[in-house]
Design a binder for this molecule. Structure first.
Ligand SMILES: Nc1ncnc2c1ncn2[C@@H]1O[C@H](COP(=O)(O)OP(=O)(O)OP(=O)(O)O)[C@@H](O)[C@H]1O
Length: 259
């Protein structure tokens, strides 16, 4: 990707992570400029989720550096409350969407969206509701504001989860297989919302098994295998004529059915 002198929105330098004897990330470098969309693809177990979860410190890395807009996320020098304060501040700037929506079942759709701005940012209830309704409108669910999650389809739940993540007005959105748990007919409605964010130049890191979506939506695509970045390039290049045999083999298997 063309490098600019601008501070990257997200930067990883030599990131390593192990679980016991298993080294899952073996020194990852990545630079994501403002407004860019990066998709991360690769076989199951290659470390994609661990990488994404490390970005907002849901996994604590063993070595290397992660920076958000120039501010170091991992801070092994900070302990206890000082670290809690630091990481809470960082997380306010990152929206994360998981495979399983993790909505609060006892809160309405609108309350799910307004909770974090009210509790973490001290936004007044009326302003939070106004913003919440705008976001529900944006994901096409304004008419479901008063409904509880149990009455929503998987695709609708995921769209609420996206609205909830956007409510903190994050600098970057992280998507960890956001459509993997959905029935095929519900995938498109979530993809549409993600494409809308891409058009608005939201910075996004997307871990996905959907090759066609990754090819269409991202500015840069990264193929991981065995905890390393095997190959990274524009989606046009990576998906059409990958340089590495491992990438070719993976895409032959996956694009054959989805492209
Ligand atoms: N908390 C954990 N404790 C121990 N091992 C873990 C933990 N989380 C992940 N792993 C292991 O780390 C490796 C990478 O997992 P990760 O979930 O990052 O892969 P992935 O590429 O996202 O896979 P998938 O596409 O199946 O989600 C796997 O071998 C997994 O079993």
């Amino acid at each position: 990707m063309t490098q600019t002198t601008e501070t990257p929105m997200v930067e990883l330098k030599g990131v390593k992570k192990r679980f016991g004897d298993l080294e899952v990330l073996k020194g990852i470098d990545l630079r994501v400029d403002r407004g860019r969309i990066i998709s991360i693809i690769g076989p199951s177990g290659s470390g994609k989720s661990t990488l994404l979860r490390s970005v907002n410190n849901l996994e604590v890395i063993d070595e290397g550096q992660i920076l958000l807009d120039g501010v170091q996320v991992n801070r092994p020098d900070l302990k206890g409350l000082a670290f809690e304060k630091h990481i809470n501040h960082i997380r306010q700037n990152m929206g994360m969407v998981f495979q399983h929506f993790n909505l609060f079942p006892h809160l309405s759709t609108l309350e799910n969206v307004t909770l974090a701005p009210r509790k973490l940012k001290g936004v007044s209830t009326s302003i939070a509701r106004e913003l919440g309704m705008e976001l529900l409108e944006r994901v096409g669910l304004a008419d479901k504001a008063q409904v509880y999650p149990s009455a929503l389809s998987g695709g609708q739940k995921q769209r609420v989860a996206i609205a909830r993540a956007l409510a903190m007005q994050p600098k970057v959105m992280l998507f960890d297989e956001a459509t993997s748990a959905l029935d095929p007919e519900l995938v498109e409605e979530v993809n549409r919302v993600m494409k809308g964010l891409a058009e608005e130049h939201m910075t996004m890191l997307i871990v996905t098994h959907e090759m066609a979506f990754a090819r269409d939506v991202s500015d840069w695509a990264m193929f991981m295998d065995g905890g390393v970045v095997v190959e990274a390039n524009t989606p046009e290049h990576l998906f059409s004529h990958p340089d590495q045999e491992r990438t070719q083999h993976f895409l032959r298997k996956h694009l054959g059915t989805q492209g």
